[in-house]
Design a protein around this ligand. Sequence first.
Ligand SMILES: Cc1cc2nc3c(=O)[nH]c(=O)nc-3n(C[C@H](O)[C@H](O)[C@H](O)COP(=O)(O)O)c2cc1C
Length: 219
Amino acid sequence: MKKILHIDSSVRRTDNSTASYNSISKEFGRYFIASWMNKNHQDTVTYRDLGLNPPEFISQEWIAAAFTPERQRGKEQTLILAQSDLYFEEVAQADVIVITAPMYNYGMPAVLKAWFDQMMRVGKTFTFDLARGDFPIEPVLSGKTLVLLTSSGEFGFGAGGVREHMNHLSPHIKELTKYLGVDQFYEIGSEYQEFADDRHAASVEKAKRNIESLVKQIG
Ligand SMILES: Cc1cc2nc3c(=O)[nH]c(=O)nc-3n(C[C@H](O)[C@H](O)[C@H](O)COP(=O)(O)O)c2cc1C
């Protein structure tokens, strides 16, 4: 029995009366989870919609609390880290993490970056030791699988594409997820949303087929 953590980050909903207003990345997330649960009835899903319930931004007080050893923290510092602790527990418990993300300004949505900022914690997600030389940071967690499901308005962000150099969405997330204990990283996305043409429809269909294949492969 596996534990799935499902994180959405588009600010768009999925229940708009005009279908084209609905989030595509969230739709991919739902499609993935439905396919997965169809195959693995016993698994459990923890769900967070960061778009509709954004994390708090970290602050100077947050950093001070995070770097204060747990036993020395006052009540206020413990409270400041409560959201971070909760997010961390959800990641620590998960076998499979599904993150859905729209491309905003060539990168991830601010709410998803805020979630990562809350998540990355010394002594929890990583250890820091200068005895390791120029690479003092090492992840603590391991053995997790991450599936990233994306949607973009333009196109050509993949390997060899005309906008590959402008893709600061998936390379950034892939880099960060090492610190969530991710050993297996998979990415599926659609492009062309802004063109609203056949290329977009074909891209969405292809992404859904790839989601089905991925669930067959790893589910
Ligand atoms: C604030 C904002 C910024 C965006 N920036 C980009 C961008 O830099 N590149 C791009 O290809 N599409 C961009 N788009 C288009 C979205 O990636 C596209 O609409 C995508 O489908 C959004 O994901 P969603 O359908 O899950 O909400 C942007 C959309 C918004 C709302």
